[in-house]
Design a protein around this ligand. Structure first.
Ligand code: GZL
Length: 332
């Protein structure tokens, strides 16, 4: 009798232990997932966007919003209308709202240290996307995701050197710069100038900002045409300024792509169409499709994972023939 009772007790204790173990295991799976403690907590991202100045920017905003929805990340999105003070205000709001991560495309390179220190003090990780800042303190942000703008400028200059090597006299270049003080404007100008430096025939006779907009490109190109009797090449830091310049060139009775060779950067659909139509001559691509990579980075930094300090996007270049082939499949 005693033996049977003892055996029953042993089985009961063993079953209780098994049950306890399985509940604990089950409990653990509830606390798995992305958030650690809660698991189901949605990541909240505060994003400050430059504005809506160009086709590139519109495509970039679409990529970010779609990727956030796809990743299940709650996005607080602010459009700064190309004003740094609006971006600083938005970042301060994000800090007040205690978001999990802040991402932004800084409209200009300088003037960010104070607000980025406030985010760091609030223990909110910051991701730079698209444009860079010139802060000496690299601990103010986790990573930079975007393009190599110097390379884009260099590729543009190298194409021009290659395609004017038979020119006998001076080749007069006018340059439509991007937003004054912005990383793409500074770096594209630098890369292009370095590439053409070895060729004394190639001279930049005028260079001015068109602020990355079509209206700006048209307005400045009109001034260039009035002030410079002989313009052989236009180098525009983005498609949109090049597209605006087309109107000024045509109104001046010149044939774009023939009388004036046009080189731009971005490769948005309207720019690629102008290239395919022979109005542009060369485009260096700058991809706006940063959304998916940005959301992956947001998950990593909010989980405390280490990430590369700089992540560059894959890009290419297009001639007129290549644009005709690529156009049907362009995503933006
Ligand atoms: C480049 C981006 C630039 C684009 C412009 O990454 O910051 O800003 O080249 C856009 O079209 O306005």
């Amino acid at each position: 009798m005693r033996t049977r009772r003892t055996a029953r007790n042993v089985i009961a204790v063993f079953a209780a232990a098994l049950l306890a173990g399985s509940v604990a295991a089950c409990g653990n799976s509830d606390t798995g997932g992305s958030g650690g403690e809660g698991g189901d907590k949605k990541i909240v991202m505060g994003f400050s966007q430059v504005g809506a100045e160009s086709g590139w920017r519109t495509a970039n905003t679409t990529s970010i919003k779609e990727a956030a929805a796809e990743a299940g990340i709650e996005l607080k999105f602010d459009d700064a209308q190309q004003k740094q003070e609006n971006q600083i205000k938005a970042i301060r709001n994000f800090i007040q709202q205690k978001v999990d991560v802040i991402a932004f495309s800084p409209v200009v390179e300088s003037g960010w240290d104070t607000v980025l220190k406030e985010a760091k003090d609030a223990k909110i990780p910051v991701i730079l996307t698209d444009r860079a800042v010139d802060s000496a303190d690299k601990s103010l942000y986790k990573t930079f995701l975007g393009s190599d703008f110097v390379k884009e400028g260099r590729l543009s200059g190298e194409w021009l050197v290659e395609n004017t090597k038979d020119a006998t006299g001076p080749v007069n270049i006018v340059e439509l710069q991007g937003t004054t003080g912005s990383a793409p404007a500074n770096d594209r100008k630098k890369g292009f100038a370095e590439a053409i430096a070895a060729n004394p025939n190639l001279k930049i006779v005028a260079s001015q900002s068109g602020d990355f907009t079509r209206a700006g490109g048209k307005q400045v190109m009109e001034q260039f045409l009035k002030a410079n009797p002989k313009i052989d090449v236009l180098f525009a830091h983005n498609d949109d300024m090049g597209l605006g310049a087309l109107e000024a060139i045509t109104a001046a009775g010149k044939v774009p792509g023939k009388d004036i060779t046009i080189i731009t950067i971005d490769a948005v659909k309207d720019g690629m169409q102008a290239l395919a139509d022979g109005k542009f001559n060369f485009i260096a691509e700058c991809s706006p499709l940063l959304g998916p990579q940005l959301m992956d980075l947001a998950k990593k930094v909010t989980a405390g994972e280490e990430v590369q300090p700089r992540i560059e996007t894959e890009e290419t270049t297009f001639t007129q023939e290549q644009a005709k082939e690529a156009l049907p499949n362009r995503k933006y």
